[in-house]
Design a protein around this ligand. Structure first.
Ligand code: HEC
Ligand code: HEC
Length: 282
């Protein structure tokens, strides 16, 4: 921010300069008068310990600047910073928002490759410190992103349950299905709910469909999560799911994943880092 563009700061600075000049001038004048005793004016009748006093008028310049400062103080208080709801933090936030808006419109039509590239940069700055440069979660310190989002990780989720994203339905209990059924549901989830591609166990898809009722009670028939009551599995493993994770954060079993909903990342940056993370899954 260039303070010279800020009329209030500039006005205040000019005021300070003027006060210094006037003070030096007036003090200098009276000091000189004291030395030469060339002062004029009518002496007061009284003397104090033999010292007389002139009945000088207030210097007009001094009086004007005295009243000027009072007027300025009133103006400053009523129309300047405090009551006009101006604050430097507010101005800073406005500038950041304006920049984010420019950023959002510049990249609103970015293609897949551009987003992934952008996401890679964001990942290294914002995520790698916990999830590791290659996404392996650094020996269990954070989620292993080469595993999370995969078909096998769905099986694992059914085994251990899920919690910590603050959905109204709360926690997903562990061990809802035996391992073989979990595998079948995972196959169905990948192919028919999330539609992220071909399942590794295509023969289990129809068995999984029959078992899906176990999940539909909380995640709804089409997996969309009953209007935000629980996780939207139609996005499972996709960048949209990761955007949701970033907006919510997760106090899970491994540890705490902070939410990124404080403006640190714009919507496009969240989507971009989500796209990059989906490329980490093995
Ligand atoms: C009692 C309700 C309930 C049932 C039943 C349920 N879930 Fe969940 N599930 C949840 C909730 C709530 C979450 C979000 C947990 C969180 O992150 O806070 C969740 C999250 C998930 C996730 C995302 C985990 C992650 O890492 O973010 C997957 C995958 C999942 N469920 C799969 C299933 C499958 C498959 C079934 C059926 C076998 C199932 N769920 C049954 C409530 C349920
Ligand atoms: C301060 C450490 C930390 C940072 C920074 C961090 N994460 Fe996490 N993240 C975690 C932890 C811990 C978990 C595991 C939470 C749990 O116990 O399930 C996690 C889990 C996840 C998950 C799985 C969520 C789920 O539903 O199971 C995803 C996806 C993820 N992080 C993506 C990211 C992305 C993308 C970034 C960067 C924008 C990021 N994380 C930054 C610590 C972090």
């Amino acid at each position: 921010m260039n303070w010279l563009n800020d009329s209030i700061s500039l006005f205040t600075l000019i005021g300070i300069g003027a006060v210094i000049v006037i003070t030096v001038f007036v003090v200098g004048k009276y000091v000189r008068q004291m030395k030469t005793d060339s002062s004029t004016g009518e002496l007061a009748k009284e003397k104090w310990d033999g010292i007389g006093e002139y009945k000088n008028e207030l210097p007009i310049g001094w009086a004007l600047s005295f009243f000027g400062t009072i007027i300025y103080a009133l103006w400053y208080f009523l129309a300047g910073y405090p009551l006009a709801a101006y604050s430097q933090i507010g101005e800073y936030n406005q500038e950041v928002n304006a920049h984010s808006d420019r950023f959002e419109s510049k990249w609103s039509n970015a293609d897949e490759a551009t987003l992934q590239d952008m996401g890679k940069g964001i990942y290294f700055v914002q995520c790698a410190s916990c999830h590791g440069v290659v996404g392996d979660g650094m020996d269990g310190k954070a989620q292993n992103l080469t595993f999370w989002g995969s078909e096998e990780y769905i099986v694992k989720t059914i085994e251990i349950g899920a919690k910590g994203s603050g959905y109204p339905l709360g926690e997903m209990p562990a061990g809802l299905l035996d391992p073989q059924s979990a595998k079948a549901v995972a196959a169905y989830l990948v192919e028919k709910i999330a539609k992220t591609g071909k399942s590794k166990n295509p023969t289990l898809v129809s068995e999984g469909e029959a078992l899906w009722a176990t999940c539909a009670g909380c995640h709804s028939e089409d997996g969309t999560g009953m209007f935000g009551m629980s996780a939207n599995l139609s996005n499972y493993g996709k960048s949209e799911f990761i955007v949701e994770v970033l907006n919510r954060g997760k106090k899970g079993m491994i540890g705490n994943m902070p939410a990124f909903n404080d403006g640190r990342l714009t919507d496009i940056q969240k989507l971009a880092v989500g796209k990059y993370v989906t490329t980490l899954v093995e």
